[in-house]
Every structure is written in C-alpha cells, then in structure tokens.
Design a protein around this ligand. Structure first.
Ligand code: SAM
Length: 381
C-alpha cells in the first residue's frame, strides 16, 4: 500500500462539514473538520483526488513535519532537520508562505525568512549550493503554520487557490467565489434530482457549479495545473487515471438562469461557454419582480445584491420584492438566500426554516432557507 500522508484541506468557515463529507467520499481517512479546514489522511491518489474532485476545498496541504516551538530558534532548527532532499534539489525553486499565531512571531515575513534560511542552509552545508527562491512560479511552495507552541510544515499541493477552476473568463462586479457557490448548493442538499433556479445569476457561478454537480463533472477539469505536478514524486499515470475516473451524466433536471441586467447575462453566457455548458444553461434577462417559476417545485438559490453599491432604499425594496414574489408565486419551492444584513432579511418578511453562518470574503453572511407551501401556511412572518 502507498505511503499514508497527513493532509489539511482549507475551506471557508461554514463549509467544513460539507468538505469533510467530500474528503470521505474520495477515500480520505481519519477525517477531522477543524476551523476553516479539514484534516485527513490518505495516500498520493487521495491527495490528487482532493485537488481534482473536492468542490469545497480552497487548497490541499501535505503536512511533512510538526514540532514544538518554545523559543525563536526552534523554528530554524525544526525546519533544518527535515530531510529536504525528498522534496527539493539545488536546481528546483521554492517559496515560503506563513501564518503565525504565536507571541514569539508577530511578523509572518520573519517566519518565512527563517524557514527559507533553514532550507537553503540544509543544501548549502551538504552540497555547497542551494535551491533558489521564486515567488512567481516556484516548483515547491512550503506552507508554515505556527499556532500556539506548535509549528506545522506542509507543502502546498494546489498552488493557485482551487476556487480558480479555470472556467471564469469574465466577471460581474460581485461574483461569488466558486468554492462558496458549490458549498451553498451542497448545503442546500440539492443534488441535481430536482430543478434549480438561479434568478440573480450575475456571472453565472451558481448555475455553472450546479450544472457541474448535477452532471458529475469534477471541478478540477478546467484547471491548467496543480502545484503537485512539479513535485519530485509526481506520478503522471496515477494522475491521469484518477482524473478520468468519473462518468459525465446528462442533466436530468432543468437549471434556470436569469438576471435583470443584460451585462450580467452576457458575462454569464461567456463563462457558461468556457465551462462547456452551453447546451445545459441558457441565461435570460428577467426581473425577479416578474418571476413565475416554470417548474412545479424547485430549489431556488439567490445571491441578491448586498448593497455596497445600491442606495439603501432601493436595496430594501429589492428584498421586500423577493419576499413577496416567493410567497405569492413560488409555492412548493425551497428558496435559499445568502445575504449579510439582518435589515435585508427582515424585509423579506418570511419565516426561515434554517439559518447558517458563512463568510463571503470578509463579510459574515447568513444563509437562510425558506420553504414555500401552497397557501403559505408555514412561511408567514
Ligand atoms: C451579488 S450579484 C450576484 C452574483 C452572482 N452570484 C455571481 O456569482 O456572479 C447580484 C445580482 O442580482 C441582480 N439583480 C438585482 N436585482 C434584480 C432583480 N430585480 N431581478 C433579477 N436580478 C436582479 C444583479 O443584476 C446582480 O447581477
């Protein structure tokens, strides 16, 4: 059996349980959700799969060592004693990314510098030469995390954040992060067996992620590369085999994509085309104020404007309109709305059946579910 590794998958706060489930489904073991991350174990194939198949992971780190830190020199000494020959040689390049939550280190640049020195000295003392630092396109990205009296040294196997799927060629003003969009869909429980409505589609992220989920297309399909492809132990055959190990399905449901703005629709069309979903998604201009669903029942996920660029009255009117529309025109539908202000949610005027707390960038948002019944017996404010 292949060597087992310890890994950490990073994600957004609020998506840890969804990601843990994804990690289990690709064969990860001893899966443990923590804050904004999931720790797990697995072999090289699991590492590749986590990068290629997990929709809610932002990056996958392979932990190569952990050691205690009681004084500043423990960092250099701990890094120096790692056998760096396994990961680097003098012709390869590297860079160091650090996070520190420890009173000895209030400056992550200092942490990175110490680690860089230790790696360079490891080679220089043995071979008289050292690998160079490259902060643009390094062969190996070393990730250092100092928390309390513990230091963890990992290799970043992803490189560019995994939310950069590779299909987004155009964007509107406030696009949802792709990982968050996939997470919202998975939190709603939608799996492609019922219709899906994205009535404020902007650049189309929710519809595209929904179509990828429903068709079983892995999110890594469109990526040009992953950092692990430059590693010394990269196994191309294993990578190719695991990246072809899925069956693309036809959509067995309808995904309705619309927005009030022509510019958004054009942007969404461009992204849909680049995700090769032109046959499945057909965004149209529609004001949600005139919306009537075409399906008998469906899941609606809405990411309405938050208001940074809208005048407050107009913003609150939009949320009031959403509530009215859902209540009177969408019986037997379940709507999920992500937004950040309580005032906006209050304007919807419906009783939510679930509330979750998530971050969209730096904004702490709520994600609320509204179940619409015929006669609206449950969703009265
Ligand atoms: C925050 S953006 C959505 C971003 C989108 N989720 C994405 O990933 O790009 C909000 C969108 O709501 C649309 N919108 C605002 N009012 C609307 C209305 N009455 N009907 C339909 N769309 C509306 C805006 O045009 C904008 O594209």
């Amino acid at each position: 059996m292949d060597k087992q590794m310890r890994m950490v998958a990073k994600t957004f706060q609020g998506l840890e349980e969804v990601l843990a489930q994804e990690i289990r489904s690709i064969g990860g073991q001893n899966v443990k959700p923590t804050k904004r991350a999931v720790e797990f174990e697995g072999d090289q194939e699991v590492l590749y799969r986590a990068n290629f198949y997990c929709r809610t992971a932002l990056r996958i780190l392979k932990v190569i060592d952990t050691f205690p830190i009681k004084e500043v020199d423990d960092l250099y000494n701990g890094v120096y004693q790692i056998d760096w020959n396994q990961f680097l040689n003098t012709r390869k390049t590297f860079m160091v990314n650090s996070t520190a939550n420890n009173e000895l280190f209030d400056n992550t640049m200092f942490v990175s510098l110490k680690v860089k020195d230790a790696v360079a000295d490891f080679f220089r003392k043995r071979l008289g030469a050292r690998p160079s630092v490259d902060t643009i396109n390094p062969d190996v990205i070393i990730n250092v995390h100092v928390s309390g009296d513990k230091c963890s040294i990992a290799l970043d196997s992803s490189g560019e954040s995994l939310h950069k799927r590779g299909y987004r060629t155009a964007q509107t003003e406030a696009p949802l992060n792709e990982v968050l969009a996939a997470g919202l869909i998975m939190l709603s429980g939608w799996d492609g067996s019922s219709d899906f409505i994205d009535p404020m589609c902007g650049s189309g992220t929710l519809s595209i992620e929904a179509a990828l989920i429903a068709k079983g297309i892995p999110p890594g399909m469109f990526r040009e590369s992953f950092a692990f492809e430059k590693w010394r132990d990269f196994d191309r055959n294993l990578f190719l085999d695991m990246s072809e190990d899925y069956n693309e399905k036809n959509l067995s449901c309808k995904i309705f994509t619309s927005d009030i703005s022509l510019k958004s629709i054009n942007v969404a069309k461009e992204n849909i085309k680049s995700a090769c979903l032109g046959k499945d998604l057909n965004p149209v201009i529609k004001d949600f104020g005139n919306f009537t669903p075409e399906s008998e029942s469906a899941v609606i996920i809405m990411n309405p404007p938050y208001g940074e660029r809208l005048n407050p009255d107009h913003l609150l009117d939009t949320y009031e309109m959403i509530g009215e529309r859902l209540k009177h025109h969408c019986p037997n539908h379940t709507a999920w709305i992500i937004s950040y202000s309580k005032e906006c949610f209050d304007k919807i005027g419906l009783k939510s059946s679930q509330r979750m707390y998530l971050y969209n960038g730096a904004l702490e948002c709520q994600y609320r579910e509204y179940e619409m019944y015929e006669g609206s017996k449950k969703n009265k404010a």
